[in-house]
Design a protein around this ligand. Structure first.
Ligand SMILES: [Zn+2]
Length: 208
C-alpha cells in the first residue's frame, strides 16, 4: 500500500491518496478536481472516504464522485453537519443538499471498498461526524489527532468530553503510522506519548 498526501488551498487541509494494486482510495476532498485528476491519472478510484464534514475536508466530494463515477463513504452524522452552514465552516456560507452518492457508515464497523478493507471508528469531539479509519494498520485520523496536538473542540458540533472519549478509544486501537487531516504524519509511539498530555489538558478545568 502506497500513501501520498497533498496540502490543499482550503485551510491547508490534507487530501490523502491510498494506492493498492493500481486501485485508489481518496481520503477527503479539499483539492481542486483538476489537480486530483492529474494525480490519479488512469488508475481506478474505488471510492472517496470523508473524515468529517468540515468544508476543508468535504469541499469537492460530489465533483470527485461524479468525475470518477464512484461513491462517497462517511459517517451517518455527516449530513447534519454539511447541511448546516455554520457547522460546515465554508467561507462562502454554502451548504450541501445533494447526498445521492453517499453511503453512510454505521458506528464502528468494517467495510470493503474495492481493494480496501477499512475499519471505521466514530470519534466525535472535533465534530459530530468525525470518523477515524484504519487500513492495513495505518490510522487516518482526520482532525481528531495531529502530529503534536488534537482537533479544536470550540466549533459548532464540537464537544470536549467527546474528544477525550475519542482519544481513549484511539489509544486502544491497533495501528502503526498516523496520517492526519492537517500537517505531517505521525506514528503510534509518538501519539501514545502525546496522549498523556492531551488527557491532562482535556480533563483540566479553570482551577487545576
Ligand atoms: Zn475539521
Amino acid at each position: 500500500m502506497e500513501i501520498r498526501q497533498f496540502v490543499t488551498q482550503i485551510y491547508s487541509s490534507n487530501i490523502t491518496i491510498v494506492e493498492k494494486n493500481n486501485h485508489i482510495l481518496i481520503i477527503d476532498s479539499g483539492l481542486e478536481p483538476e489537480k486530483l485528476k492529474t494525480i490519479v491519472g488512469n488508475k481506478k478510484v474505488d471510492g472517496i472516504l470523508l473524515t468529517h464534514g468540515h468544508y476543508d475536508h468535504c469541499a469537492y466530494c460530489n465533483e470527485y464522485a461524479e468525475m470518477f463515477n464512484t461513491k462517497i463513504y462517511a459517517s451517518k452524522h455527516i449530513k447534519e453537519t454539511m447541511s448546516d452552514k455554520v457547522a460546515l465552516y465554508s467561507e462562502q456560507d454554502i451548504t450541501f443538499t445533494n447526498f445521492e452518492r453517499f453511503i453512510f457508515i454505521d458506528e464502528d464497523c468494517k467495510i470493503k471498498i474495492g481493494e480496501f478493507e477499512v475499519e471505521c471508528y466514530l470519534c466525535q469531539g472535533h465534530s459530530k461526524c468525525s470518523e477515524c479509519y484504519i487500513i492495513d494498520k495505518t490510522l487516518f485520523s482526520g482532525d481528531v489527532l495531529f502530529k503534536k496536538s488534537f482537533g479544536r473542540y470550540d466549533l459548532k458540533g464540537s464537544n470536549k468530553e467527546e474528544l477525550l472519549e475519542s482519544i481513549n478509544k484511539i489509544e486502544k486501537l491497533d495501528f502503526d503510522d498516523v496520517y492526519c487531516g492537517h500537517g505531517e504524519k505521525s506514528n503510534k509511539d509518538e501519539q501514545l506519548n502525546n496522549f498523556v498530555i492531551y488527557k491532562r489538558f482535556l480533563t483540566r478545568n479553570r482551577n487545576n
